[in-house]
Design a protein around this ligand. Structure first.
Ligand code: PMP
Length: 388
């Protein structure tokens, strides 16, 4: 087998979850998904499609009506985007690997801003890229910041691809429009492609944009720019298990991605795409409710955590995670495993996302029952009282 595959690390989040397997007393906040089921009307659309016998292959790039609906949804948020720029994929993760297959040759320099969801560093490694990580840094309050001049300097003429995830999993860090403008200008100079993972764009709490969504590279780029935006139905529509996502790309790239999709998944299942269409038709009733609830979750959890001396975290502007550090506890994998076994609390270890977040823990606050967050903090507090 290829060395690139043999040397891939298994998920450290799974490693912690495995430590809690079979334990019904653990409150799990380790995985990045809401515990709320997909809205009924979206499920009904998937069922109706199956009942109607839509059990066949579809176009590689997705149903024309779904591509059109995604284009008009994206246009409402970010200005005109044509359906010829849209490719439907089997989840955001499939969109990411297909985009990278289209753009990266083995040995290409790829710059990734970290800490980040591990797939974004594993996927370039699978393709044999020469990976260069640019680290965010936490300030005294536990908010993570980008050193923009350092990132711009890392984007050299030989850099094929820049991978960014904003709003960021796990830190919540979110790029500003001004930062995006500087990055786009630099990438135009160097001929570098931008792969922007914006799956958390609707989960944005600052309220300083006209659309309410986080700043997007689509707001400022031209259709022909070397920009690929990755999106997902998972977060804003509570559809993680459906595996539905999409790419927004330059028009010339779309047919090439269509070819690649043929050799990956061939197409997203039709009944899943029907669910996506139903979700988009109701986005204004689904997504604002999801976001309002997540804001409530964040604003419940973060102050409870901050009330404990020795626990450092800040309210993230985007995403669905609190990222926290506990004084005196440096080994996040060991700490997360101990919290599972000794406190019944399931968190993700910071080391899963980058070496620089080794001392941190990620807490997914997308809990339907907000009171569960308080119960989790109580468990943490009791454990801290016992173990310092
Ligand atoms: N990007 C990021 C940053 C994520 O956190 C996730 C989900 N955890 C995804 C992409 C992919 O989501 P999905 O494959 O469910 O669409």
């Amino acid at each position: 087998m290829r060395q690139a595959i043999l040397s891939l690390e298994e998920s450290k989040i799974r490693e912690v979850a495995n430590a809690g397997m079979g334990r019904s007393d653990v409150l799990p906040f380790w995985f990045g998904e809401s515990d709320e089921v997909t809205p009924e009307s979206v499920r009904a659309a998937g069922i109706a499609s199956l009942q109607a016998g839509e059990t066949f292959y579809a176009h590689n790039l997705g149903l024309p009506e779904l591509r059109a609906a995604v284009a008009s949804y994206t246009s409402r948020l970010h200005g005109d985007v044509l359906a010829e720029r849209i490719g439907i994929t089997s989840g955001g993760v499939n969109a990411l690997i297909v985009a990278m297959q289209a753009l990266i040759d083995a040995g290409d320099r790829v710059v990734v801003v970290t800490p980040v969801w591990p797939n974004l560093t594993a996927q370039p490694r699978i393709l044999g890229a020469d990976l260069h990580c640019e680290a965010l840094e936490p300030d005294a309050d536990g908010a993570w910041q980008l050193d923009l001049p350092r990132l711009l300097a890392a984007i050299t003429r030989g850099t094929k691809l820049l991978v960014l995830n904003s709003p960021n999993n796990p830190t919540g860090w979110t790029l500003s429009k001004a930062e995006q403008e500087s990055i786009l200008t630099r990438c135009r100079e160097t001929g570098t492609w931008i792969l922007s993972d914006e799956v958390y764009e609707r989960l944005y709490y600052r309220g300083d944009t006209a659309s309410g969504a986080a700043p997007s590279f689509l707001d400022i780029a031209e259709p022909e720019d070397r920009l690929v935006v990755v999106q997902s139905f998972s977060k804003a529509f509570l559809m993680t298990g459906w595996r539905l996502g999409y790419l927004v790309m330059p028009p010339d790239m779309t047919p090439q991605v269509g070819k690649l999709l043929e050799f990956n998944t061939s197409c997203a299942p039709v009944f899943v795409q029907r669910g996506g269409l139903a979700a988009l038709a109701q986005t204004e009733s689904i997504t604002p409710r999801v976001v309002t609830h997540l804001r409530r979750c964040r604003d419940t959890l973060v102050p409870l955590l901050q009330a404990h001396s020795g626990v450092h975290t800040s309210a993230a502007p985007g995403g669905m995670y609190a990222f926290l550090r506990i004084d005196g506890h440096g080994d996040s994998l060991q700490l997360a495993k101990r919290l599972v076994v000794e406190a019944g609390l399931g968190l993700a270890p910071g080391i899963a996302f980058a070496p620089e977040s080794e001392r941190w823990l990620r807490w997914c606050f997308a809990s339907k029952d907000v009171a569960r967050l308080g119960q989790g903090v109580e468990r943490l507090a009791n454990w801290l009282a016992r173990h310092g």
